[in-house]
Design a protein around this ligand. Structure first.
Ligand code: C5P
Length: 292
């Protein structure tokens, strides 16, 4: 049995550049991962199957071709063998929420097979390319570590980021990434942003983050105004250092001075908005352990 975590992906900033010939946009994004996420298990079986459970399983019912199954089929093709597994996906994160979702699950699935793969046969490049074919966010989720994500999402370089006390808030509205990109009116320019290869302190990181933004924030707020309410709720909390939307939304993160401030903010926001999903988390922690 292999067990892997598909952690929530958080874009600390997201700069959208020009539209490319392949229809995608060039991105520059500082990406970190949370210590919460979906969970996957893979057990040997007679045939390939997927069971989805967990608090957000309902949002996936009726989905005929889950990205997890597509990832397994593609890995099987790469391996030139049948991969008969009984897969359980425990959906702890809201779907279509800017935290990776299906891409995080697919990235973790590819990692799961890497754990089982005979080491002498591994060609990481093949796995990374396979990830890129499944979706723009899958390579970064497969990588699963603090990094700059460039190109359409397939160029990844490591970045040192200190651990961050954070609160994640989702107002319960699913968002289509495609629709947000289509609604992107004014591009803040195709110029590249300065990209440090690391941050020595939380202060240095916050100072940098204040000089950049999430370009998808404005189009997402115009389509889903409640995102503005989420940001206001985070910004009103004592000890908040920075609040921003992740990915194409609607989840927003707040960075806090310490764990206590994060916990108090989460409790207050959850109290005021019983229908919102609110979680405290640590972002950018060093590698999480996975069991083979
Ligand atoms: O690859 P994926 O299906 O996850 O992307 C969803 C949508 O987001 C794409 O269809 C595209 O409209 C938009 N997108 C983009 N440029 C990127 C990533 C995603 O335009 N780099």
């Amino acid at each position: 049995m292999v067990r892997v975590r598909a952690p929530a992906k958080i874009n600390l900033c997201l700069h959208v550049g020009g539209r490319r010939d392949d229809g995608y946009h060039d991105l520059e994004s500082l990406v970190v991962f949370a210590d919460i996420g979906d969970d996957l298990t893979f057990a040997d079986a007679e045939r390939l199957s997927l069971i989805v459970d967990g608090p957000f399983a309902g949002a996936l019912t009726g989905e005929s071709d889950n990205l997890v199954l597509r990832a397994v089929r593609d890995v099987a093709k790469l391996a030139k063998r049948d991969l008969h597994k009984r897969i359980t996906l425990t959906k702890n994160l809201p779907v279509a929420s800017g935290m990776g979702g299906g891409s995080a699950d697919a990235g973790a699935t590819i990692r799961a097979f890497l754990l089982e793969w005979p080491k002498e046969e591994i060609r990481l490049r093949d796995f990374a390319e396979l990830a890129g074919r499944l979706g723009a966010d899958v390579p970064v989720c497969f990588f699963g570590q603090n990094c700059w994500m460039l190109g359409r999402g397939d160029e990844i370089t490591r970045c040192e980021v200190p651990e961050l006390h954070a609160v994640l808030v989702n107002p319960g509205v699913a968002i289509s990434t495609r629709e947000i990109f289509a609604n992107l009116q004014t591009r803040t320019g195709t110029e590249s942003i300065e990209r440090p290869d690391g941050f020595e302190s939380v202060d240095a990181l916050i100072e940098f983050l204040q000089s950049v933004t999430n370009d998808l924030g404005a189009p997402a707020r115009s389509l889903t105004p409640v995102i503005g309410d989420v940001l206001n709720a985070l910004r009103a909390a004592p000890g908040i250092r920075l609040a921003r939307m992740t990915g194409s939304g609607a989840t927003c993160f707040g960075l806090f001075a310490n764990a206590q401030a994060a916990q108090s903010a989460a409790a207050q926001i959850a109290d005021d908005h019983a229908d919102w999903w609110v979680k405290t988390t640590m972002l950018a922690k060093a590698d999480s352990e996975e069991d083979a």
